[in-house]
Ligand binder design. Sequence first.
Ligand code: PNS
Length: 169
Amino acid sequence: MTPRAPSPPDAALPAVYPGSFDPVHNGHLDIIGRARRIFGRVIVGVATNVDKQAMFSLGDRVAMLRAATAGQEGVEVQAFEGLTVEFAAHLGARVIIKGLRAVMDFEYELKMAAMNKRLRPGIETVFMMTSPEFAYLSSTLIREVSRFGGSVTGLVPPPVEDRLIGKTR
Ligand code: PNS
């Protein structure tokens, strides 16, 4: 049987990629790019995580994501308040994308996916494994390294590096 050419991503299939992105790093950008190859529209939803003290304002986090994804067709960045599932439903998205690193994310993500499913059964959480080179990267580590003057070159996009330097030096 002749293998079929891969079909283009379905433009009518938007997916929401939510997070606090404080700040966005190259692991997040890897997930956005890979998700975009599957989904016609990837809407990056920037929220406030009530359990975390943010380094950057919501506006700054959105601005950094927009700068880092500028020119990527089909990728949009929006801030939202309230529940992720309601944000997704409002946009007509039936998929929430989450990145999974090693084992550390599993329990937290499993709980959240189960609750989101209960709240909106028609919305699926789709997990994408983080690429190995980003497996141990987190915004928390980026903030910490930067606070103590370490280099985060190659781990975050240039607009984020500039803002981190401005914030911590
Ligand atoms: O990058 P983070 O901090 O892990 O992202 C967490 C986030 C923002 C995706 C999560 O806190 C969230 O979905 N917040 C919106 C409120 C909500 O829907 N909470 C989960 C209910 S199960």
